[in-house]
Write a protein that binds this ligand. Structure first.
Ligand SMILES: *Cc1c(COP(=O)(O)O)cnc(C)c1O
Length: 397
C-alpha cells in the first residue's frame, strides 16, 4: 500500500498553498535541488566531457525511459526520452503513416490538445502527399474508425473535461480496421494505470512535467511497440538516433529499436531532475494512486455541486471514465480562478470558461480538498471574483 503521507512530505509545496495544478506542472521534489547540484558539481564540473561515458549521460534517455515504461505498461527498452511532446507527436505520426502507406487519413477528435493537431497538419504540409486530418467529436470517434484511416491519433484523457477514452477497445477496433494507433498520455502518465503492452498499442507519447513532476521543460517520451521498433523510419533522423553516432558516417542508418527515436543531445540536467521525481514514483503503486484520485475527485465534485450551484460540472461523475482532474464551467471562470489563486488554491483556467482542478494523491489529501472547497464556496457565495483585478488576463492561464 502506498504511504501517501510519506510521498506528500517529499514535495515542496509553499505554505498556504493547495496545489491543484499538478496536471499542468507538478511541484518540486525536495530532493531535486541537491541531486541537480551534485550532478552539476560532480559530473559536469569534475568529469567534463568524460561524463558522457563515466556518468552514463549517453544512456540516460533509455535508462530513464525504462523507469517511465513501468508506469505505462510498456515493455523494457520500448520507451526513450527527449525533446518536447510536440516533437514526439510529430515523430510518431510520421512513422505511423509510413507503416500504412496506402491510406491518407489521420483521425483524431476535437477534444485533442491543439499542438497534437497543429503538428499533424504541419507534417501533412511537409509531406505534400494528400494526407488529411479528420477530427470528430470525442464520442463519435469509435464510429469514425474505418478502413480509410491510416492513423488514429488520440489523447487518452481530454485536457479540458477529463473524459477518458477506452484505450483497449479503441485500439482493438482500430487494429481490426487496419489502423495504426498513437496514444498521447499527457494526462494519463502518473494519473492512472496505462497498459500499452496489454492494449497492443502501436505508438504512445507523453510529457513528464505534469503528473510525473519532472519540472518545467522536462523531456518528453515516445513509445514504439517492439514489433514495430526495428521497422519504423524516423522522420527526425538526428545523429543520436543513428546506429553508430560516433562513426560520423555521412549516410544515416537508424539505430537499434527504440534508440532510433532519439534525435540530438539528451537534456542531461533536466533528466537529473526527472530522476529525483521518479524516485518518489518508485515508492508509489499507480493502482493506489488511481483509487485515491477517484476518491478525491468524487469528494470534490460532491461538495462543489452541493455548495456552489453557480458552477456547472463539465467532467463525468463516473470516476472510471475520467482522468485525475475535475472541471467546472462558469462565464467568469477566469476571474474565479484568479480569486482562488489569491487565496492559495491553485488550479487553472482553460478558454473559454473552464476552471480546472487536478488531483494528485502523491501530495493532495482529503483535508486539502475540503479546504479548497471552503475557499471556493466563499468566493462564489460572496461574488469575491467580481473585481477588475481578477478579470485582467496574464499570458499564461
Ligand atoms: C500538455 C500537452 C502537450 C504539451 O506539449 P509540449 O510540447 O510539451 O509543450 C501536448 N499534448 C497534450 C495532449 C498535452 O496535454
Amino acid at each position: 500500500m502506498t504511504d501517501f503521507t510519506k510521498t506528500k512530505a517529499m514535495f515542496q509545496i509553499p505554505v498556504g498553498t493547495i496545489y491543484l495544478d499538478g496536471n499542468s506542472l507538478g511541484p518540486l521534489p525536495k530532493d531535486a535541488p541537491v541531486r541537480v547540484a551534485n550532478m552539476l558539481k560532480d559530473e559536469w564540473g569534475d568529469m567534463l566531457i568524460t561524463g558522457w561515458n563515466k556518468a552514463g549521460w549517453m544512456q540516460q534517455p533509455t535508462s530513464v525511459g525504462n523507469r517511465i515504461a513501468r508506469l505505462i505498461g510498456a515493455e523494457e527498452n520500448s520507451v526513450v526520452m527527449g525533446d518536447t511532446l510536440s516533437i514526439k507527436v510529430y515523430q510518431a505520426v510520421a512513422s505511423a503513416l509510413e507503416l500504412n502507406p496506402t491510406r491518407k487519413v489521420i483521425l483524431s477528435d476535437n477534444g485533442n490538445f491543439p499542438t497534437d493537431l497543429y503538428m499533424t497538419n504541419g507534417l501533412i504540409r511537409t509531406l505534400n502527399e494528400g494526407h488529411q486530418l479528420r477530427t470528430v467529436n470525442p464520442e463519435d470517434i469509435e464510429a469514425a474508425i474505418d478502413d480509410t484511416v491510416a492513423v488514429l491519433l488520440l489523447t487518452e484523457v481530454d485536457y479540458r473535461t477529463g473524459r477518458k477514452h477506452d484505450m483497449q477497445r479503441l485500439t482493438a477496433k482500430a487494429h481490426a480496421a487496419g489502423v495504426i494507433t498513437i496514444w498521447d498520455l499527457a494526462h494519463s502518465a502518473g494519473a492512472l494505470p496505462v497498459d500499452l503492452s496489454g492494449c497492443n498499442a502501436d505508438f504512445a507519447v507523453g510529457c513528464t512535467y505534469k503528473y510525473l513532476n519532472g519540472g518545467p521543460g522536462a523531456p518528453a517520451f515516445i513509445y514504439v511497440a517492439p514489433r514495430h521498433a526495428d521497422k519504423v523510419r524516423p522522420a527526425l533522423s538526428g545523429w543520436l538516433g543513428h546506429e553508430s553516432p560516433f562513426a560520423f558516417d555521412l549516410d544515416y542508418q537508424p539505430g537499434n529499436g527504440i534508440e532510433r527515436m532519439r534525435v540530438g543531445t539528451p537534456p542531461v540536467i533536466a533528466l537529473a531532475v526527472l530522476e529525483a521525481a521518479l524516485d518518489i514514483w518508485d515508492m508509489a503503486d499507480i493502482k493506489d494512486v488511481r483509487a485515491k484520485s477517484i476518491e478525491l475527485c468524487d469528494m470534490f465534485i460532491t461538495e462543489v455541486e452541493a455548495r456552489c450551484p453557480q458552477l456547472t460540472l463539465d467532467t463525468t461523475s463516473d470516476g472510471t471514465a475520467r482522468g485525475s482532474q475535475v472541471s467546472f464551467r462558469f462565464a467568469d471562470g477566469y476571474a474565479v480562478m484568479q480569486a482562488l489563486i489569491a487565496e492559495g488554491v491553485v488550479g487553472d483556467f482553460r478558454a473559454p470558461d473552464t476552471i480546472r482542478f487536478g488531483f494528485a494523491p502523491l501530495y493532495i489529501d482529503e483535508a486539502d480538498v475540503m479546504a479548497a472547497v471552503d475557499i471556493l464556496e466563499n468566493i462564489m457565495t460572496n461574488d469575491l471574483w467580481n473585481t477588475g483585478a481578477f478579470k485582467t488576463k496574464s499570458a499564461v492561464t
